[in-house]
Ligand binder design. Structure first.
Ligand code: GLU
Length: 280
């Protein structure tokens, strides 16, 4: 098993430089790397004293963005010796509190099953019941809170790369997805969803195939080209014994069992299987 942990670096979405101009008598609006701050400056003048009151207020839009990164959407993954399906479905239900509009699951052994739908995890469960879920010991599930593309079956995760070999679940936002999408289109890639996530999985595939790399290295390189926030889990059919995970800004926890690993947005999906948890 290969767990690719991206080294922590300062969360770009939270880094901002604010230059305070004491002479400003209006609302200044700063946009820096996705962080919007309003600076209402009120200068109160009295006979002797100047009171400068500075208030920074995170804009409503940015506030909801931050909340989304931290609390919404969910990832659950499993690799080991148990049936992955019940672990993932139960785990997704435990993450429902985070809020979502669609759900999906991918199970892998010799063949892969991808089931995804707009709606609840219980809807996903009903559709998945018609598939043979038994004996699949590798898989990942997702609850989506749409940021790029409407809530729909097609936009739900997991997303597959053009070859169908690489699958991804992603929480977060790829801010520079449009330029990456254009570069990939210019290189012959096509897209079936409106999501930023499908761009990322194809970027990974492009790097993997054009540089003849293993998927773990391709993920690492792809993430150096990405601006945004993410927690991702990636499975490549060429390396069925691996799940590659990475995060920046969005939460991701790894549960370590005996010859098995759990992946989740928080520890609740695997709490009864292991107490050994790494928060990336
Ligand atoms: N940006 C991705 C999408 O719109 C992921 C959203 C999420 O965090 O669930 O599909």
């Amino acid at each position: 098993m290969y767990l690719q942990q991206r080294s922590k670096r300062e969360d770009q979405s939270l880094s901002a430089h604010i230059n305070h101009n004491p002479n400003a008598k209006h609302w200044d609006f700063f946009v820096f790397k996705g962080l919007c701050l309003y600076e209402p400056q009120i200068v109160v003048k009295s006979q002797r004293l100047y009171f400068h009151l500075l208030i920074f207020t995170i804009s409503l839009q940015q506030f909801s963005f931050l909340i989304k990164q931290t609390y919404m959407c969910g990832i659950v993954g499993y690799i080991g010796h148990r049936d992955a399906y019940p672990i993932i479905i139960k785990g997704l239900k435990r993450l429902e509190y985070r809020g979502y509009d669609s759900a999906g699951i991918m199970l892998f052994n010799d063949t892969n099953i991808v089931v995804k739908t707009k709606g609840k995890v219980s809807d996903l469960e009903q559709i998945a019941a018609s598939h043979d879920n038994k004996g699949k010991t590798l898989g990942m599930g997702h609850t989506r809170w749409a940021t790029h593309g409407i809530p729909s079956d097609l936009n739900s995760h997991p997303h597959l790369s053009n070859s169908g070999k690489i699958a991804i679940v992603h929480n977060g936002i790829i801010e520079n997805y449009a330029s990456l999408k254009k570069m990939l289109s210019d290189n012959g890639f096509h897209f079936t969803s409106d999501t930023d996530t499908e761009v990322l999985v194809n970027l990974i595939e492009f790097i993997k195939t054009s540089q003849n790399l293993k998927v773990g290295k391709a993920v690492q390189i792809a993430l150096t080209q990405v601006v945004g926030a993410y927690a991702i889990a990636v499975i490549d059919a060429d390396r069925p014994g691996e799940v590659v995970v990475a995060k920046l800004g969005s939460p991701l926890a790894i549960g370590i069992g005996k010859d098995e690993y759990f992946i989740a947005s928080d520890a609740s999906p695997f709490i009864e299987y292991t107490k050994r948890t790494i928060y990336l």
